[in-house]
Every structure is written in structure tokens, then in C-alpha cells.
Write a protein that binds this ligand. Structure first.
Ligand code: PEP
Length: 250
């Protein structure tokens, strides 16, 4: 049985005050959605206040990115051991905004995934196709290529401690959600690709859906057999909406 995970990607939003307020709001309703694992992903600079607010609670946290390197002359980067200092559980790697806006290739994403594991962080590996790729009917080929880069570098066993997020790029921040059937089809494909290497492990891996998930559409997505939770952007900035998504997964 895979426990659902609802992960809030705050992206580059908020202030210290609004982050504290958001966390208080989430904490206020967390007990009602205890069946679901909750995680938040603040900007790096708010990690300290997130750790302070959430330590000792059931909610875990992580970051939206990390360096592929352990330390050294990498101005502006943040390394895995630094995230461990703040007791992060997860780290998102390969978000489509990192891939498209910051030029992260499949190989860079795979190295970041490896770095996360090396320093004891669980990677949430994002994969997904652009609108153009969907229209060209190459969704499966794109997702397979993105997965393969990680499988080649780290192997199937690495997925025992990892999460995958299927995020069609055309659905992120656009208000346009994949239909439950469209999402399920790709989730089942991802699981089948993993199962080709190790069927038992594939059955345990959580595959989240991301792309304009909100309280009003979460239930129909989270009920699908291969959708194990959500990676939520915009709606994670509103405690009520975030908790409503989690409630849909209970
Ligand atoms: C995301 O940032 O991963 C995301 C899915 O964003 P949104 O929910 O706003 O589409």
C-alpha cells in the first residue's frame, strides 16, 4: 500500500511573514489529513524558519533544487550536505522550470538525483512533456528518455528511496489540468517502465501528478490507481486549498 504524498512547491514566492502564516494554517488542519504525508518546499532562504515551525510535527520539508556538487567554487549554488543541516527529507530535481528556464539537461538532472541520494535526501524526480511533444504524440518517448538518464546513472534500486512526479509542462501554472485518464495513462506507463527492471519495487514507488492541481480537481486525480499524490504549485500557497487537496487523498 502506497501512502499518498501531497507536496507543496512554493517556487519563488512569499516572505518570512507569509511563510510563517502559511505554515500555521497548514499545521492547523494537518491532523485531519494525517493519512496523507505532507511536505513543503520553500525557497532556500526560508528553510530555517520552516525547520523551526515543523520540527516535531508530522509535516516534512525539502527544497526545490540542489547542486550536483558537494562543496566548492559554485557561486550561488546550495549543496546536499547544507540541506541535511536543515533536516530536509526530500529535494525536487528536474522540475520543468529548471529544465526549460535554466537549461538543466537529463544528464544534469540525473547527477542532481545522484547527489541527493549521496547526501541522504530523497529525490522527487520530475518528468513530463511539453505541449508540442504531446501534440507530436511523443509523451512516452520523452518520459522514458528522462527516466533512462537516471536509471543509467543510479540504477533501479535507487528508486526505493525516490519519488517520481509526472508533470506535463503544459499543465503547470496554466490552470489546464491533465484529465485523470490522461494522467493515469502516463503514470501506468512510468510504473511499467520501472517494472521492466524490478516489478516488486515498481509497485512501491510513489508517482505524483503535478499540473494545476487544486482542491476542486484533486479527488478525481487522486482516485486513479497509479496516482499516489500531488506535486502542487500555486494551490500550495493557500493553506485551505493545500489541505483540501490532501483531504481528497485521504
Ligand atoms: C509545480 O510547480 O510543480 C506545479 C505543478 O505548479 P502548479 O500546481 O501551479 O501547476
Amino acid at each position: 500500500m502506497r501512502r499518498k504524498l501531497v507536496a507543496g512547491n512554493w517556487k519563488m514566492n512569499g516572505s518570512a511573514d507569509s511563510s510563517r502564516e502559511l505554515l500555521q494554517g497548514i499545521l492547523g488542519g494537518a491532523a485531519e489529513v494525517a493519512a496523507v504525508e505532507l511536505a513543503v518546499f520553500p525557497p532556500f532562504v526560508y528553510l530555517g524558519l520552516v525547520e523551526q515551525a515543523l520540527s516535531g510535527t508530522a509535516i516534512v520539508w525539502g527544497t526545490q533544487n540542489l547542486s550536483e556538487h558537494a562543496s566548492g567554487a559554485h557561486t550561488g549554488e546550495v549543496a546536499g550536505p547544507m540541506l541535511k543541516d536543515f533536516h530536509c527529507t526530500y529535494v525536487i530535481v528536474g522540475h520543468s522550470e529548471r529544465r526549460t528556464l535554466y537549461g538543466e539537461s537529463d544528464e544534469v538532472v540525473a547527477r542532481k538525483y545522484a547527489a541527493a541520494r549521496k547526501f541522504g535526501l530523497k529525490p522527487i524526480l520530475c518528468v513530463g512533456e511539453t505541449l508540442e511533444e504531446r501534440e507530436q504524440e511523443v509523451t512516452e518517448a520523452v518520459v522514458e528518455r528522462q527516466l533512462k538518464a537516471v536509471l543509467d546513472l543510479e540504477g533501479i534500486a535507487s528508486f526505493a528511496d525516490a519519488v517520481i512526479a509526472y508533470e506535463p509542462v503544459w499543465a503547470i501554472g496554466t490552470g489546464r489540468t491533465a484529465t485523470p485518464e490522461q494522467a493515469q495513462e502516463v503514470h501506468a506507463f512510468i510504473r511499467a517502465r520501472l517494472a521492466a527492471h524490478d516489478a516488486a519495487l515498481a509497485n512501491q514507488v510513489r508517482i505524483l501528478y503535478g499540473g494545476s492541481v487544486k482542491g476542486s480537481n484533486a479527488a478525481e486525480l487522486l482516485v486513479m490507481p497509479d496516482i499516489d499524490g500531488g506535486l502542487v504549485g500555486g494551490a500550495s500557497l493557500d493553506a485551505k486549498d493545500f489541505l483540501a487537496i490532501a483531504k481528497a487523498g485521504c
